[in-house]
Design a protein around this ligand. Structure first.
Ligand code: BT5
Length: 331
């Protein structure tokens, strides 16, 4: 595991210049034959690696697969998010798996991807479609120094990081719908499911689940989703390398988590607000047992949505489904 991580790091840092097998073997303390056999292993996985007597090994193109060592080799050595990465071919739900890891005492930063999920879940027991190899379906384990009431902050940082990573990787301009939807041209391309295990006054562990529709074509979506969901490929007109997006996403999540840890949630909230389509709109919010109608004024310091109701009361909303109303608000 470790050796491949270092070989990826060496290849990616060498870029177009390439790196000699001798240099890799000296740096890693393994034989040149062992380096060659690792390179062959990567080639069989679909990595296009050129080799020449003068420039050595050169990574030309990566395939559209998720490989833990390739992903971790592109993250900062001191990253929290993605300090350990595991990839499963198939699982029930990465949120379920990572929650069990959290209960079992695994350290924060663990990220689990699945190529497909059989019981991918959304909020309130809804289903999340996770077809094999078409998207990014992953969960992140955190142990944030937050109170349970502040948990919406994690959904806000995840949505902000997601929007930034999508913008950087695809050039598309996503918008955020409070609290957990990422939309492009009005259709959902990604969602966040934040779950936690907590005592009354402190969070024991949190699981941030992220689902991104990356390379589906229109016909990959079932009828009931085809008018409301989209993928980065449909919107950009080209396939997107999922590992590039995964790396950008983990880096963005790490940056924003560090911002929370250093007391800079406000900076994240401002970035979130600049892309949010929920604020300054008339909204209807469906919660478990009630519907709240009003004008979405702002986000509070814990990430809750502050909604002015027709009676003038400011309602604090921490969860639910938001429908944007078309008519302008007349207070
Ligand atoms: C969400 O829920 O948007 C949260 C989605 C989180 C999924 C990730 S994948 C990795 C991790 N492991 C899990 O088991 N889950 C997380 P919600 O806002 O409740 O949206 C769910 C609704 O979105 C469904 O009822 C469908 O209408 C729609 N939907 C389902 N699959 C979709 C997809 N692939 N793309 C877009 N919309 C989808």
């Amino acid at each position: 595991m470790k050796t491949l991580h270092h070989i990826f790091k060496a290849l990616r840092e060498a870029g177009d210049t390439g790196i000699h097998g001798t240099e890799i073997s000296n740096n890693l303390g393994i034989s040149r034959a062992a380096v060659w056999s690792h390179i062959e292993e990567l080639r069989t996985l679909g990595y296009h690696i050129d080799a020449g007597p003068h420039r050595g090994y050169q990574l030309i193109k990566a395939p559209d697969i998720l490989l833990a060592d390739d992903i971790t080799s592109q993250l900062q050595a001191d990253t929290i998010v993605g300090n350990t990465v595991q990839i499963f071919r198939q699982t029930s739900s990465t949120n379920q798996l990572v929650d069990q890891m959290g209960l079992g005492g695994v350290a924060e930063g663990m990220v689990v991807f699945a190529e497909s999920q059989t019981e991918g879940r959304g909020r309130l027991g809804r289903k999340w479609l996770s077809p094999e190899g078409k998207g990014l379906w992953f969960s992140l384990l955190l142990r944030p120094p937050l109170r349970p009431a502040e948990m919406t902050r994690l959904t806000i940082i995840a949505a902000t990081a997601l929007a930034r990573a999508i913008r950087e990787t695809s050039g598309l301009q996503p918008s955020i719908k409070w609290p957990n939807d990422i939309l492009i041209n009005g259709r959902k391309v990604a969602g966040v499911l934040t779950e936690m295990s907590a005592e009354p006054d402190r969070v024991l562990h949190a699981v941030i689940g992220v689902g991104v529709d990356v390379n589906q074509e229109q016909e990959d979506f079932p009828d009931e989703l085809s008018s409301v969901a989209t993928s980065l490929r449909i919107e950009s007109g080209r396939p997107i390398l999922r590992s590039d997006l995964a790396v950008a996403l983990l880096k963005a999540l790490n940056t924003d988590y560090q911002r929370i840890l250093s007391g800079q949630f406000q900076a994240v909230a401002e970035e979130w607000e600049s892309q949010c389509i929920t604020l300054q709109k008339r909204v209807r919010i469906h919660q478990m047992n009630q519907i709240c109608v009003g004008f979405a004024e702002s986000l509070d310091s814990e990430g809750a949505l502050m909604v002015r109701t027709p009676s003038g009361h400011l309602e604090r909303i921490t969860g639910g489904d938001v429908i944007l109303e078309k008519e302008p608000h007349t207070p």
